[in-house]
Design a protein around this ligand. Structure first.
Ligand SMILES: [Zn+2]
Length: 59
């Protein structure tokens, strides 16, 4: 998975494999819970960082 934030305002998730192989930035389809490369048809599941939840209770 390859995230790009450009100065042109174009940002999104691109297939890193496409970029490595052909230096192409292929925008992946947003599946909601992941992204799919239209060329490799690979599905990159979105991994949510575990949010640290404080269990501390202050009385
Ligand atoms: Zn690809």
């Amino acid at each position: 998975m390859y995230y790009v934030c450009k100065e042109s305002g174009e940002d999104g998730s691109f297939c890193s494999r496409c970029y490595d192989e052909s230096l192409k930035l292929v925008r992946m389809h947003d599946l909601g819970n992941g992204f799919q490369c239209p060329i490799h048809t690979n599905i990159f599941l979105q991994i949510h960082e575990q949010e640290e939840q404080s269990e501390e209770v202050l009385w």
